[in-house]
Write a protein that binds this ligand. Structure first.
Ligand code: RBF
Length: 345
């Protein structure tokens, strides 16, 4: 019994210590040196959220001598992500792992058990209650809502490649909770705020590298009357966009400025402010004000998701009256004036 009490008391002291280091205003000393492993769950090429994560951290290190950053690309075999992370962490080189993927919290929690001194900060994910892990969830329901609204305006328009069918397409590389609970429902809800008769043809590739499959899926959806797509498909989206370019159709893109890659096809681009978030995260780490064990949700209302209005890819292709309608809707989302319920993940 005595042993149990002593153990509990010791555990409590450790817990208090870990939390104290992570709490704002606790008097904890700022971190002296931060050695960061940027862990890319896939490849940077074709995946803007990963590229922005690495760029944000690398730029921060360039102007902060106390911060070093190494970027590691783990590739597309998800079954190997945990063992690769463990191997990297075991090198003893790092005191912080930075990643961006909804599947990382579980992987980091497992690796963290073996390396209690390492901290993990993950964006695009949600986990509460693990004192080694902080997460930041982008409220992608909001970006999906306004991109869906724009796609709804396009499919019901008289733009050159829009047909009479009120059908949109959505191509996903893989199904996962954030996609099926926030992104696709948000996109559908946004489109149906233009016209409740709009439907979304949802198709899944099965991986993050097969652009040919994305091209094929887009083609067969177009055969059924789809004229405008969106996707969460990393580099494979190029296949979808190529089909749209060949046959005539439109796409709205999540997270990054892609107008120039398929001119006249990609006519709307949202933006995820991953670099800004990473810079803020790194500053918090240096000043010792990072909150571990916590998750924060950041969306359009908070200024972490947006839309690129000032690009010819948008202004030259979307008719002025539609631009006005879209801006009005977008502003309402940002002002919190479009009601929706964010489903739990
Ligand atoms: N997004 C990418 O852009 N490229 C990827 O290779 C990629 N791989 C992912 C793998 C898994 C297991 C999961 C759950 C998501 C992946 N995402 C990828 C999606 C990304 O993390 C994010 O949720 C979406 O880009 C929406 O912002």
């Amino acid at each position: 019994m005595k042993k149990v009490i002593v153990t509990i008391a010791l555990l409590a002291m450790v817990a208090v210590d870990v939390f104290a280091k992570g709490q704002q205003g606790s008097g904890a000393a700022p971190a002296e040196k931060v050695s960061v492993l940027v862990y890319i769950t896939g490849q940077m090429a074709g995946s803007p959220p990963y590229q922005m994560l690495a760029d944000g951290a690398t730029k921060f290190a360039a102007s902060n001598p106390n911060v070093t950053v190494k970027v590691y690309e783990a590739g597309f075999n998800q079954a190997e992500w945990e063992s690769q992370l463990e191997e990297q962490v075991a090198s003893g080189e790092y005191n912080l792992v930075l990643g961006s993927n909804p599947s990382l919290p579980e992987i980091c929690a497992n690796v963290g058990k073996k390396f209690p001194d390492i901290k993990f900060i993950i964006t695009d994910a949600e986990l509460k209650g693990n004192p080694q892990i902080a997460t930041y969830l982008y409220n992608q329901y909001e970006q999906a809502l306004y991109l869906g609204y724009l796609a709804g305006l396009i499919t019901t328009s008289d733009m050159p490649h829009a047909n009479a069918d009120k059908k949109l397409g959505f191509i996903a590389a893989q199904e996962y909770p954030l996609l099926s609970k926030h992104i696709v429902p948000g996109f559908t809800a946004g489109a149906q705020m233009v016209d409740p008769a709009i439907t979304v043809d949802f198709r899944v590739i099965g991986n993050w590298y097969d652009a040919n499959k994305a091209a094929e899926l887009a083609g067969s959806a177009m055969d059924t009357g789809v004229d405008c797509f969106s996707s969460i498909a990393g580099g494979t989206a190029a296949g979808m966009n190529k089909t749209l370019q060949d046959r005539g159709g439109y796409a709205v893109a999540f997270n990054t400025n892609e107008y120039a890659s398929f001119p006249g096809v990609i006519v709307g681009c949202g933006i995820e402010e991953q670099e800004k978030l990473v810079t803020e995260i790194m500053n918090s780490c240096l000043s010792g004000t990072m909150h571990y064990g916590d998750s924060k949700t950041v969306g359009a209302k908070e200024g972490y998701l947006g839309f690129i209005f000032d690009d010819k890819g948008y202004t030259d292709n979307i008719p002025a009256n539609m631009q006005a309608k879209f801006k009005e809707f977008y502003d309402k989302v940002v002002a919190g004036q479009v009601a929706y319920t964010l489903p739990p993940l």
